[in-house]
Design a protein around this ligand. Structure first.
Ligand code: PEP
Length: 253
């Protein structure tokens, strides 16, 4: 049985007051489930990682980073290393979120370096994959997702692969209120699980958690996460309101 996993990507939102307050409200509202029956993570902007970490420190809520750099230290102005993220209490790191791929131009090669650096640095990567609308319309969803999964996990050994979570986030469903149907989500998740089985064997494929992301809300979360191969959600907009995020966490239990 895969434990459900709900992660809230706050993107470039919140501030030094509202971030810790949101994190505390999530921690207080999820004590019954967080860490025991469902993995819960909040993923604030880098600068609020320490106060958010403090706000959830005695709870079952984990903290993640929205990005990571693949070098440990040196002349990389503006970047944040795996060691720095570990140092401020991060457990997870998003790698290859679609906004980084499509707004900031990250390639599969860079995403792969980030996945490898996360694992080497003791962090658990959440590898984000997903097709653009034109790619879906052109019937290329599986081709795109296969490339992103294979290239994102290049040189990740079978021994290290259990550290990885994959989030399938169709780009056309992110922040658009246009959610994939449960059937569309299940179809791609089953495809990804089959790919993982080909790459690492059936046992690991059954163990790896695959999250869906794209306009998940309390009202659609249960049906999406009720699909056989959907093990949780990566939530953007709805993770900025404690009640909505808690509603999604409850739907995962
Ligand atoms: C995301 O940013 O990963 C996301 C899924 O956003 P939203 O839930 O707002 O679509």
């Amino acid at each position: 049985m895969r434990k459900p996993f709900v992660a809230g990507n706050w993107k470039m939102n919140t501030d030094s007051h509202s971030g810790p307050a949101l994190a505390k409200a999530v921690a207080d509202g999820s004590t019954e489930w967080a860490g025991s029956s469902v993995t819960v993570a909040v993923i604030p902007p880098f600068v609020y990682l320490p106060p958010v970490g403090q706000a959830v420190s005695s709870s079952g809520v984990a903290v993640g980073a929205q990005d990571i750099y693949f070098e440990e230290k040196g002349a990389f102005t503006g970047e944040i290393s795996p060691g720095m993220l570990k140092d401020v209490g991060c457990t997870y790191a998003l790698c290859g979120h679609s906004e980084r791929r499509h707004v900031l131009g990250e390639s599969d090669e860079i995403v792969n370096k980030k996945v490898l650096a996360s694992i080497a640095g003791g962090l658990l990567p959440i590898l984000c994959v997903g097709e653009l609308l034109e790619e879906r319309d052109a019937g290329q969803t599986e081709q795109v997702v296969e490339r992103q999964v294979k290239e994102g996990l290049a040189n990740v050994t079978a021994e290290k692969a259990p550290a990885v979570t994959i989030a399938y986030e169709p780009v056309w469903a992110i922040g658009t209120a246009r959610t994939a149907t449960p059937e569309q989500a299940q179809e791609v998740h089953a495809f990804i699980r089959k790919l993982i089985a080909q790459m690492y064997g059936e046992d690991l494929a059954q163990e790896m958690r695959l999250l869906y992301g794209g306009s998940v809300k309390p009202g659609n979360a249960a049906e999406l996460m009720g699909q056989e191969d959907v093990d949780g959600s990566l939530v953007g907009g709805a993770s900025l309101k404690a009640d909505d995020f808690l509603g999604i966490i409850k739907a995962a239990v």
